[in-house]
Design a protein around this ligand. Sequence first.
Ligand code: GLC
Length: 579
Amino acid sequence: METVTGGAPPAPRRGEPREAEVRLPSPARSGPDGAGAPWWRGAVVYQVYVRSFRDADGDGIGDLAGVRAGLDDLARLGVDAIWLNPCYPSPQRDHGYDIADYRDVDPVYGTLADLDALIADAHARGIRVVMDIVPNHCSDRHPWFRAAVAADPGSDARSRFLFVDSDGSDEPPNAWTSVFGGSAWTRVPDGSADPQWYFHAFDSSQPDFDWSAEDVRAGFDDILRFWFDRGVDGFRIDVAHGLVKRTPLPIDDPSQDGLWRQGGVVDVYRRWRRIGDSYRGSDGGDEPRYFIGEAWADDPAFLRSITAPDALHQSFAFALLIQPWFAHRLRAAIDASLAAAGPEGPAWALSNHDVHRLATRLGQERIDRDFDPLDMLSGARRTGPVDPDLGLRRARAAAALLLALPGTVYLYQGDELGLFEVLDLPDGARQDPIWRRTGGRELGRDGCRVPLPWTADGPSMGFGPDDGAAPWLPQPEDYRGHARDRAENDPASILALHRRLIALRRDLVGSADGLEWIDPAPPGVLAFAVGGLVCATNTEGADAAWRPPAGARLVLSTCDGAEPGVVPGDSTTWYALDA
Ligand code: GLC
């Protein structure tokens, strides 16, 4: 049994006595074969986009005190952990993915003491806390980058970033483009005759580190320890497929292949795993810390390499997230993701803060083809007409499919309320650098980041205090119908559905590590057994005749009208297998 404490500042050093010891349960262990499994196996992790979760101080921006205030709701939902999007000091050009100081909290979100208190409160409720680490790049306001700009070409200070000489012209070194649009190069404003250019895979305010510099590697080791010592349970690693580039930087290669998915990144993760594992039992019962990578890749060998037994625990199974709503596509993506996962199993998500909301995507026209995981625009940020009733019906079915899968499941805040993408934000309100850098050709990601509705009434729908500033992005009026207080009292709400699914998952799926397809199934039906659960999802509009194996008892349907022998159109049915 582990004991973990959320520290109050200053963080207790390892080995020192702690003030209050809180016993954290191992949520997945109650399920089939769960004995001894680490907490993340089978767990449900709730993604908190801090800026939009809840605003306690009334400045119109969500904050850590707001997350604390919402913890009881998350405990009621039944989640095992939260993942906090970055809340470090940052100029907020990419809402925290541009970090100026990796060891503090941005005042807009609170203080280090607020974070310590959040960790303690979460742990007291049996909820782990996973933070976001951004190792591919920092902010151009980070002291290292400022020092680099102030230093000479060829200096040690510049060796931490990817600087190249200019040829004296105004042309960037090559035609590489940034993920957010526009050139991937910016010239330093250093006043010299031939100023150098620096590489940025994202915005110009996000210079990429050079991970061949030992300085950079050692610096991040210390950052990890800083947070682990405060009781943080793990990290989600931003752009986990990108930090290590081919060396020397292949600037003559127009393909940009040398920028992504380089084998050398595994050395970094081995080093991190050793640090995370060093917490196991280090002070009389701590747990190893957990790592999950955000790696957009369609190469199973690469995905397997970064989740080898001595590297990251998991990486997101994005193959599933981008699939259109067709049983055969979903099945193929589930199979591919299971095959590409490491020994700790896959981590599934159907949405996050970078893609259009699930209910919107599922309410759009289906296209029966494989989408390129590297092409978010066609895969997960399509525009086009949306049928909201259909989108919501399918979102319910998709939630039940997701929560039946073996492995770790990530839920994005607001999906439990059935929120839709806000596609019609006023241009002037948009803040995503994608919108700016593509000259408005791409809407970007603001529409999935609109502040949450907590109450059907009130000027900010309970996101902030009634007399507080307006939310940082305007909430559409129809968000009132999705408010948590309303859903809370409605047994037919998608929130109530999520609560039931999560509770049943704990008992029936637990930390099971594989699934068995049940064949044959009618076209459009996806049926499998996992642990003590049978799940059948129908992705077609018409009801399908399908019977579960003998002895399976119907326990849940995502719509009315399910009975043994029928899976209604666009729905999922769960059956419990008798022990
Ligand atoms: C990741 C994040 C995204 C961010 C980008 C640059 O993809 O999820 O929100 O903009 O990295 O850090």
